[in-house]
Design a protein. Structure first.
Length: 67
């Protein structure tokens, strides 16, 4: 998932959060936003690690984690 895709998903989740008053739905949407942040952080860490390891970069790229 690219940074642009992550931001699109984040925007959609925030928009849905603003459009509902249901506390259970708010909880689920906030949880989804938190999980998205964790995912983004993991991808950022992988990118940093791959910068210094060509083999890792190639493997992550083949798996679709890096573009």
């Amino acid at each position: 998932m690219t940074d642009e895709t992550i931001e699109t998903v984040r925007t959609l989740l925030r928009g849905a959060l603003e459009n509902t008053d249901d506390t259970e739905v708010h909880y689920k949407l906030r949880t989804a936003l938190q999980l998205l942040d964790v995912y983004k952080n993991d991808i950022d860490q992988l990118q940093e690690a791959a910068e210094s390891d060509g083999d890792l970069e190639e493997r992550l790229s083949d798996l679709g984690y890096l573009q």
